[in-house]
Ligand binder design. Structure first.
Ligand code: ATP
Ligand SMILES: Nc1nc2c(ncn2[C@@H]2O[C@H](COP(=O)(O)O)[C@@H](O)[C@H]2O)c(=O)[nH]1
Length: 181
């Protein structure tokens, strides 16, 4: 079974594209706060930093990462479900995709969502209602880490200019990969 891992800088449109897919979402654990419209337990499992560190020490996570001051982790139990045959989609940074590919090999399909430009990206975050301080932090992170270069490590790249078109491309990739198992 396949795990469709979406990668892309903050605000590139990963959620808008992947939540249109008829697949189960692999919910992570994170210390970041809930965004408007997000449901705790579905989009993320929100947890305190202390709680996250404790779970990590107990071996609860398959992989973990830190992004812009927040901790993120994939719980082992969802990976077990994947191995038993449920296809999922998820969002990971480059470290997460590498860790999952290493452990799960050809079960993992990586898809990079590329914004048309950094200015359009910032505009989308503003429209989404992100705090100016968070937007600044994320844009700085993108520039300092050359995060946009990560497209060279993935299986597929989708340029998200027109959302409907980008969603269609994601559906086509999923169909192709599930049929070519
Ligand atoms: N093609 C598009 N045209 C215009 N607006 C878009 C497009 N794609 C996404 N958006 C809007 O841009 C904002 C950011 O999109 P989204 O939340 O899906 O990004 P993301 O990559 O999941 O971000 P993050 O990693 O920060 O969660 C949202 O308000 C969304 O509605
Ligand atoms: N390695 C992991 N990376 C993750 C996970 N969940 C999300 N992410 C990545 O973190 C950043 C920020 O995410 P956001 O939801 O706060 O916008 C982004 O690059 C995600 O892809 C995870 O469980 N593991």
């Amino acid at each position: 079974m396949k795990l469709f891992c979406f990668m892309g800088v903050s605000g590139s449109g990963k959620s808008s594209i992947q939540h249109s897919l008829p697949l189960r979402f692999m919910t992570n654990y994170t210390t970041r706060s809930l965004r408007e419209g997000e449901i705790d337990g579905y989009h993320i499992n929100q947890i305190s930093r202390e709680g996250f560190i404790k779970l990590n020490r107990e071996g609860f996570f398959y992989e973990t990462s830190e992004y812009a001051g927040n901790l993120y982790g994939t719980p082992n139990h969802v990976i077990d479900e994947l191995i038993k045959g449920t296809p999922f989609h998820c969002t990971k940074d480059i470290n997460g995709v590498k860790a999952l590919k290493e452990g799960l090999d050809n079960k993992v399909v990586s898809i990079f969502i590329k914004p048309p430009s950094t200015n359009i990206l910032a505009m989308r975050m503003i429209k989404r209602g992100d705090k100016p301080k968070d937007i600044e932090k994320r844009i700085k992170y993108i520039q300092e880490t050359n995060e946009l270069d990560n497209e060279k490590y993935v299986d597929y790249v989708i340029v998200n200019a027109d959302l409907k078109q980008a969603q269609i491309e994601a559906h086509q990739i999923v169909i192709k990969e599930l049929l070519n198992k």
